[in-house]
Design a protein around this ligand. Structure first.
Ligand SMILES: *[C@@H]1O[C@H](CO)[C@@H](O)[C@H](O)[C@H]1NC(C)=O
Ligand SMILES: *[C@@H]1O[C@H](CO)[C@@H](O)[C@H](O)[C@H]1NC(C)=O
Ligand SMILES: *[C@@H]1O[C@H](CO)[C@@H](O)[C@H](O)[C@H]1NC(C)=O
Ligand SMILES: *[C@@H]1O[C@H](CO)[C@@H](O)[C@H](O)[C@H]1NC(C)=O
Ligand SMILES: *[C@@H]1O[C@H](CO)[C@@H](O)[C@H](O)[C@H]1NC(C)=O
Ligand SMILES: *[C@@H]1O[C@H](CO)[C@@H](O)[C@H](O)[C@H]1NC(C)=O
Ligand SMILES: *[C@@H]1O[C@H](CO)[C@@H](O)[C@H](O)[C@H]1NC(C)=O
Ligand SMILES: *[C@@H]1O[C@H](CO)[C@@H](O)[C@H](O)[C@H]1NC(C)=O
Ligand SMILES: *[C@@H]1O[C@H](CO)[C@@H](O)[C@H](O)[C@H]1NC(C)=O
Length: 705
């Protein structure tokens, strides 16, 4: 400082400010030009313990580089100077009660030096803010903001001001004052960007409150991303690991900065890992556990509504290590899970997860085990009887702690197994029972499985009960067939033709047999030679024949031999009878031929069809297809023209009806003719038409005569 010292004759004019008597100061800077571009500014700030620190700041002047600055300050008669300053700010010490004048000179020794002056009253120079940090959150047209002030000044700042400007074509400026550090502005246009500035509110401790820079508040994200695709595939090499790829999209693509993805086990076991990505896709390596994924778009002021997606447990469970994994239930609050002891060579960290099937609440236990290949779990919530539980055993590679650190790629599933605390019997029968491909001796029974919730145990199989349906013989033995649990159809064989059968079906578990289905009734197809029916028909025919014969005999007896003592010995009677019979037969033949060749019969036939709709239905259907809905009562189906039993009818009432009609074709031609002749006045079209039934394959008895 020799130069300056000699110039100004100052004592102690060294590297620290020294107070000097200004009258003795030498200010050889008059030749320097004033340069307002220096923006010389001096102020105080709170620095803790109620103290303030003062400093001056400035910008460089005209000279391009290697500038040195000289700072002079004056407070009344007290002056000070600091030379050779290479930075653009300087801390100073001042008297707080005296006005301050500061002079800055750039490159004092140069002919091209510049200078700037600052004047102020220290009490007006205490500066607070702007905030060091501000955070914003937009939602539902609201902007929430939080400001953080410098540590030592925050106790002096009571309120703050907010200025926000719309960024559309028309700029509107709004201002608001908030108490404390948080504020809320409502009624904003969600789709609009805003510009925001913040400053503290002036008070005696903070006499200066400069505005912050402008924060740009982008639009609010309001739409939930939509899932495009979720794909689960097995890991190509690692067993028990799934590759899960999720892709999604959103319409607000231009407003966002990226997506947050949260992945957590559905059981609630930590951790809850957050990933962020700017892509609309993520790929994860997960175990067979159930997971919950949350996806939302974000920008720096808002987060969109969340898309939540569950990743279900692996479903191909029974094939996965079920043979290596066992659960032994001890009581309703305790069970032991046991696994292959070889697993201990590779893993010591395990996780057991169990839940009631189709329920989302999953419980878990993760543990370290290096001795036993089993683990007894004590439950806080007791197991429910008759409910199916699903248990998974997962392995974790990390040795130190068995807690999961990352959901991605750090767990694999060893196996899964289902268990019951207590098994029960099925409370509902198989549904959707139908009868197909009915023949005279067999039929195919098909059904849909019992809903799993109704099983109440592991289904071991189905029991099919069938029995001849007959009101005459109620003691008919019930036959029983057992089929495996995987089966949903069964061929009932060795049935009697043209016979009605009752069928019931139920499932069974280890606990026993479940509820039987409603009785289904079907009839096997009738064969050409139906033993039972034929016998009945012959019987009826014989009676009719007898009646006819009797009346003929009586008439003859009365006309020819009114007082013949022993007609049995006469050949004449027999001859006459024979000739009469032949005559009648001839008559009948002519009549029949006439009938067959007239349209009249056809008309009659149609009428008959109308009068016995159920029979016609039965005939017109071929023995190929039949089904009974559970809700149909046998009787109802029988009486309905759309009867489901193509091969027959099973109520006695029905059977009798049939018999009535069938009795006619079962007669001999002669007997029929006799009937027609005798009851000519009462003959109904349907009765005269009885011959048509002979064309029925079902009731065709003509072949027997
Ligand atoms: C000015 O300061 C610099 C370093 O800050 C130093 O190297 C230089 O010697 C000083 N000049 C004078 C004249 O004291
Ligand atoms: C002073 O400024 C003039 C013109 O602006 C320039 O020519 C000259 O070199 C400068 N002198 C110094 C020492 O920088
Ligand atoms: C938000 O991000 C945008 C750029 O995406 C940026 O211009 C703006 O200043 C940021 N606003 C805040 C409040 O961080
Ligand atoms: C997103 O993740 C990257 C790296 O994982 C991180 O640097 C960044 O801060 C995250 N962004 C947000 C908004 O969390
Ligand atoms: C999950 O882990 C796999 C394999 O280490 C990796 O390829 C994938 O990028 C990871 N996913 C995330 C979201 O980190
Ligand atoms: C579990 O394993 C230990 C050690 O191998 C054995 O002593 C114990 O009997 C096992 N417990 C059960 C319930 O299997
Ligand atoms: C479970 O309970 C039994 C007795 O109630 C106890 O001996 C055992 O240590 C418990 N096991 C655990 C893992 O808490
Ligand atoms: C019925 O028979 C047909 C032809 O023989 C066959 O294709 C069909 O599968 C059978 N239906 C049932 C249920 O067995
Ligand atoms: C009944 O069977 C039909 C045809 O086989 C099937 O489409 C339907 O889903 C079944 N209903 C039930 C309840 O299983």
């Amino acid at each position: 400082m020799s130069t300056l010292g000699s110039l100004c004759n100052l004592t102690n004019f060294l590297s620290i400010f020294t107070l000097v008597n200004c009258s003795t100061s030498c200010m050889k800077y008059e030749h320097c030009k004033f340069y307002p571009g220096h923006h010389l500014d001096c102020f105080g700030r709170w620095v803790g313990n109620g103290k303030k620190q003062w400093r001056c700041e400035w910008e460089p002047g005209t000279s391009a580089h290697r500038n040195t600055y000289t700072l002079f300050k004056q407070q009344g008669e007290y002056c000070g100077a600091k030379d050779n300053i290479s930075s653009q700010n300087k801390e100073i010490t001042i008297f707080q009660k005296r006005d301050l004048t500061v002079l800055l000179v750039e490159n004092l020794k140069s002919p091209n030096c510049t200078k700037a002056v600052f004047k102020g009253t220290p009490t007006d120079l205490v500066r607070c803010g702007p905030p060091t940090q501000s955070s914003f959150l937009r939602h539902s047209g609201i902007l929430d903001l939080n400001v953080v002030w410098m540590k030592h000044e925050e106790r002096y700042i009571k309120d703050f001001n907010l200025k926000y400007t719309t960024m559309g074509e028309e700029r509107k400026v709004y201002a608001k004052l908030f108490k404390g550090k948080n504020g809320r502005v409502d009624g904003l246009d969600s789709s609009q960007s805003y510009m925001v500035q913040i400053k503290c509110d002036r008070n005696s401790d903070c006499s200066q409150c400069p505005w912050s820079h402008s924060y740009i508040i982008p639009p609010e994200l309001k739409t939930k991303p939509t899932l495009i695709h979720l794909e689960k595939t097995n890991h190509p090499t690692a067993k028990g690991i799934r590759l899960v790829t999720i892709t999604w999209q959103t319409v607000e693509i231009d407003k966002l900065d990226g997506y947050f993805i949260n992945v957590q086990k559905a059981s609630g076991e930590p951790p809850k890992n957050q990933f962020n990505t700017s892509e609309g896709a993520i790929s994860l390596h997960l175990s067979c556990s159930a997971f919950t994924v949350h996806i939302s778009a974000f920008n720096n002021v808002s987060v969109s509504p969340v898309l939540t997606r569950n990743i279900e447990n692996c479903d191909a469970v029974t094939s996965m290590g079920a043979e290596r994994l066992h659960v032994t239930v001890h009581s309703k609050t305790s069970f032991t899970v046991q696994w292959d002891s070889q697993l201990l060579d590779s893993y010591n960290c395990y996780s057991v997860e169990w839940s009631r099937k189709n329920q989302h609440k999953t419980e878990y236990l993760s543990f370290f085990e290096d001795v036993a290949s089993n683990k007894t779990v004590n439950l806080t919530e007791s197991l429910k009887p008759y409910k199916r539980y699903m248990l998974y055993l997962h392995t974790r590679p990390k040795k130190e702690t068995c807690e999961l650190k990352h959901v991605n790629g750090s767990e694999s599933t060893y196996g899964s197994v289902q268990f019951y605390y207590k098994e029960g019997t099925p409370i509902s029968p198989p549904t959707n029972i139908s009868y197909n491909n009915v023949t005279s001796s067999s039929l195919v029974l098909t059904w849909s499985p019992i809903p799993e919730d109704d099983l109440r145990g592991f289904l071991l199989g189905y029991i099919i009960y069938y029995k001849e349906y007959s009101s005459r013989d109620t003691s008919a033995a019930e036959k029983v067939a057992y089929v495996g649990a995987e089966t949903t159809s069964y061929v009932i064989e060795d049935l009697k033709p043209g016979t009605g059968y009752n069928v019931e079906i139920s499932g069974f578990t280890r606990a026993g047999t479940g509820v039987r289905s409603i009785k289904g009734i079907f009839q096997t197809c009738t064969q050409v030679y139906m033993k039972d029916t034929v016998i009945i028909m012959i019987f009826v025919a014989a009676i009719v024949l007898l009646v006819v014969a009797c009346s003929i005999v009586k008439r003859m007896k009365a006309v020819l031999w009114p007082s013949l003592p022993n007609p049995e010995n006469s050949n004449a009677i027999q001859k006459m009878e024979n000739s009469r019979e032949i005559e009648q037969l001839k008559m009948l033949q002519t009549l029949q031929v006439e009938e067959w060749h007239t349209n009249e019969l056809l008309i009659i036939k149609e009428q008959a069809t109308v009068s016995v709709p159920h029979l016609v239905t039965a005939e017109s259907k071929v023995c190929t297809r039949a089904s009974v809905r559970d809700s149909d009562t046998p009787l109802k189906s029988l009486l309905s023209p759309q009867t489901a039993f193509t091969c027959g009818y099973t109520t006695m009432e029905m059977f009798q009806q049939l018999l009535t009609f069938q009795s006619s074709p079962s007669m001999t031609q002669k007997a029929r003719e006799r009937l027609i002749q005798d009851d000519v006045g009462e003959t109904k079209p349907g009765q005269s038409d009885v011959g048509q039934f002979s064309s029925s394959s079902l009731f065709d008895l003509s072949t027997t005569f």
